[in-house]
Design a protein around this ligand. Structure first.
Ligand code: 13P
Length: 253
């Protein structure tokens, strides 16, 4: 199965020129890889122009957020359909940095619903703040999965557009001491898969589960070797095209 490797550029780079250069360099490597689906999620302002240089399906674009209501007045927001029109195929929703700004499970669920109905692939992020010795964090993750995904009657078609990213907060960003261990990631991804099957039935076994948090060119290969880890969500290391290219090609099997 193809691994899905997602670059979450967050609020970088500062200029469109730099975004264009980075995207082109990533695309050069990514377009050659038949066993990887590469998704670059730049700041929304860059989507349309980067979209103009997308060719084929191996390197595609995604957004980092979307709003759920297509109609009423919502200053500062952008709708799923607008994202589709500027070339986004994927959207990251419920990232912990957005949850920290006050985005609730209910809001995320509405966003997931609206984006799925617009035909986007949704990357729904879940992950615990910290790990306790008694496994309480698994309840937290299960609850996030349950609350962040809509209970619309999802046919296979919509279910096939859901991806879940496991991003433990303690492993994300500059302040993190380390990435999750491969064992932690495997355990959590299997647990999330079981939770999804519990919610949506057996078709949910095909929902890809990604790992994210301090992924780099040193640890990517080991994560990608794991059957239960269907791909990676990469922050900092995705802004350097050489490092990110090494991540894209780190898969040994
Ligand atoms: P880092 O890879 O910079 O730790 O960020 C992870 C992340 O938040 C990706 O969405």
């Amino acid at each position: 199965m193809k691994k899905i490797i997602v670059a979450n550029w967050k609020m970088a780079p500062a200029s469109f020129e730099s975004a264009k250069k980075t995207f082109r360099a990533i695309k050069k490597t990514a377009d050659k890889l038949h066993n990887v689906q590469t998704v670059v999620c730049p700041p929304v302002l860059y989507l349309r122009e980067l979209g103009a240089s997308v060719t084929g399906h191996r390197t595609v674009l995604g957004a980092q957020n979307a709003f759920w209501n297509e109609e009423e007045a919502h200053t500062g927001e952008h709708s799923p359909d607008m994202l589709v029109r500027v070339g986004a195929k994927y959207v990251i929703l419920g990232h912990s940095e957005r949850r920290a700004l006050g985005e609730s499970d209910v809001m995320i669920r509405e966003k997931v619903r609206a984006c799925l109905l617009s035909g986007l692939y949704v990357i729904a992020c879940v992950g615990e703040k910290e790990r306790d010795a008694h496994g309480g964090y698994t309840k937290f993750i299960a609850n996030q999965v349950r609350q962040s995904l809509p209970k619309i009657n999802m046919g296979k078609q919509l279910l096939g557009n859901i991806i879940v990213a496991y991003e433990p907060l303690w492993a994300i960003g500059k302040k993190a001491k380390r990435a999750a261990s491969v064992e932690d990631a495997v355990e959590a991804t299997i647990f999330i898969k079981k939770t999804l099957v519990g919610i949506f039935g057996k078709d949910a076994v095909n929902i890809p589960i990604l790992y994210g948090g301090s992924v780099n060119d040193q640890n990517a290969g080991e994560f990608l070797e794991q059957e239960s880890v269907n791909g990676l969500l990469v922050g900092r290391a995705s802004l350097d095209p050489e490092t990110f290219s090494r991540i894209l090609t780190a898969r040994k099997k």
